[in-house]
Design a protein around this ligand. Sequence first.
Ligand code: SF4
Length: 663
Amino acid sequence: MTTRDGAITRVRGDRNSPVNRGALCGKCTLAYNGIYQDPAYRLQRPLKRVGPKGSGSFAAVSWDEAVTTIAAALHRIAATAGPHAVAYAHYTGTISKIAYAFPVRFFNRLGATEVEPDTICNMAGHVALQYTLGTSLIGFDPRTAKDANSIIVWGANPSTSAPHAHKHWFREAPGRKIVVDPVRHETARAADLHLQLAPGSDAALAFALLHVLRRQGRIDRRFVAQHVLGWDEIEPMLDACTPRWAEQVTEVPAAAIEEAARIYGAGPALVWLGQGMQRHALGGNAFRACAMLPAATGNFGRPGSGLYYLNLDGRARGLDDDYLVAPHLRRGARRSFSHMELASRLEDAAQVQAFMCWNINPAASNPEQRRLRRALGRGDLFTVVCDLFETDTTDFADIVLPAASFLEFDDLVASYFQLTIGPQSKVREPLGESLPNQEIFRRLARAMGYEDPELYESDEAILAHLLGGVSCVDGFEELKRRGTVFVSAEPVVQFADLTFPTPSGRIELASARAEADGHPRVPQPMSDPRPAPGRLRLLSPASAWLMNFSFANEAEVERRLGAADIALNPSDAAASRLQEGDLARISNETGEIVLPVRISDDVRPGVALSYKGRWPRREPAGVNVNALNPGQKADLGESTCVHGVEVTVGPLRAQASPPHERE
Ligand code: SF4
C-alpha cells in the first residue's frame, strides 16, 4: 500500500507474501485502485428512502436518525410479530473475520432468523463431507503438493477463482495434474489430463475410477479395514461401474478414465473438490462419491495425500470462530432458512417483516430474480442494507448504511486455501461517514438499548482475544509487521492421526446420519438425466473479472468484461441455427434473457455458459443470468442447484415475443 498525506496512492500485492508474491490479480488491482477509493462510487452517508421501493431514491440522514429509525422498526416488529420475523442475510465480503461475523451477535441477541449463508454457495458439499469425514473445513495443506504424485482439481477453476493458486501452486506442483470439468478453462488447459464430463455425472465418474483402481490393485485394504466404514457396501456396486458404462453416462472416453485412475493410483495424491461440482441436483451425492477416492486408496495421513474443499476450521489456526458470533446471546431456538427460499419468504408478511443484510447483494446473486425483486418491493417489508456501494439490493432499502472498506479498519484474514493468517491493516480513515460493519452494529445495539457487553466489544479486544489462540504470531502489531504468515513452519498433514471427527472416528462412506436424514446410506453411482431434446444445461460460474458479485460496478472491469454473452459449443450453435454474435433468446419456465452468442469448443456439447456476477441495474434489460434460476435445491443442505438449470436457446429473430425478460 503506498500512501501520501493519509491518502492511498496505490494498492498492490505484497512482495513478501508467500501466496501472491507481489501481484494482485487483475480484478482486484482495478477495483482496489478504483471504486474502493472513489468518493463518486462509495456510499458516504446513511440514506433514507424517499421514493418508491426499488427506485433507489434516497435522502441523506444522520447516523443517529438512521439507527433510531431501525431500532424503532425492530422493536415494533419484535413486539407484534416476534423477533424471528426479522430475517438477516450476509456472506463473506473480503472475508475479514470481524466484519463478517460480529453483526451476528446483534441478531443472536435479537432472536432473528438467519438466511443460511452457505446455501447460496456450497452447503451441499459441507453436508456431504460432514457425513463422510466429520468435517468439511479441514482440507489438505496446499504446501503438501510437493510430495504429491498427482493432483485432481474436480469442479473448480483456479485460473479464475484462485488465480494465485493457478499461477503458482498448480503450475509448480511436481505431480501429474488432472482436471475434471465440463469447461476447458485455463487450469484445464494447464493439466496433463482433462476429463470434460457431462454436468452432474461426477458420481458416476468417481465410481468408475474406483472400479479401475480396484482392478489395478490400488485399494488400500489395510487402511480401509482400519479407518473406513461401509466399503463392504460400496465394493459390490463397483462391478457394474465399468469405464465403458461410465463413458455412456459421463461422456468421458473410457481410455481417459483408465488413464486418470492409473495416475491417481500411482502414489500419494491430492483431490481438490470444487464448489462447482456440488451446485447440481445431486451435488451432495457427487461429493460423497468423490470423497471415496482418498478413503479407498489410503490417501490420508501422509504427506502429499488428502482432500480439500475449504480450509476454514478456525481451530487449525487457533481461532475461536464461535466467540466471534457469541451464540450464548441467542434468544430462543436458532431459526434459519435457505437462500433458495428467500423470494418466497420475503413475499410473505406472515413470515418476514424486516430484512437486513451486509456483505451480500441478493437482488443480483439470488435465484428467482424477478420474484425476489417483487418481494423486496413489498411496501410493508422494512429493509436495511449495509454496503460500500449502491447496488441492486440497496435500491430496495428503506435505510442504507455506508460500510467502510477493508482498507479502512483493522481485521484478520484467514485464507480458505492456504493455511495462513494475515492482517487487514487500516491505512486510511473510512470514507465520508462510512463505518466498519462491527461499528454499525454497535450503534444499532445501543439504539436498541441492549446492555450485553459482547455487543460493544472493541476491535482491539476482539483481535487480542482471537490472536491469543494463534501460536505463530504474538499479537496484531507483530502480524502487521510480518504480513501474511503460515500457521506452521512445515506443511500440516491432513488427519495425521487418522482419527476422523465422525461418530465412529472413521471415514463413514456408510453414514447412519445420512440415512437418518432421509438420504441414501452410501453414495450412489447416480447422474443427472441429460437435458430433454432441445434443452441445454446452463452453467454460470465465476468470471475472471468479477469476484462473485463484487467489482461489477468498476468501469475498467466493465470495459474489459464487455457485454454479457452466452458461450455455446459449435455443434449446439449449429443445431440452434446460431452464429457468432447472433442474439439468442435463452429461456425456461422461470425467465428469459437475450444475449449475444459466443461460439467456443471450450464448452462441451449440451452446455451453455454465461458468467455470473453482473448487476441487473447495469445490464441493458435490467436482469442477469439468475433470472433463469428457479431456485431448485440440491440433494443435501437445501443448497443451490444453480448449475442444474436447463434452458432453451434459440435465435431471437425466430421468436414472436419482444426481447425482454419475463418471469
Ligand atoms: S481476488 Fe483473490 S486472487 Fe485476486 S488479488 Fe484478491 S485475493 Fe488475490
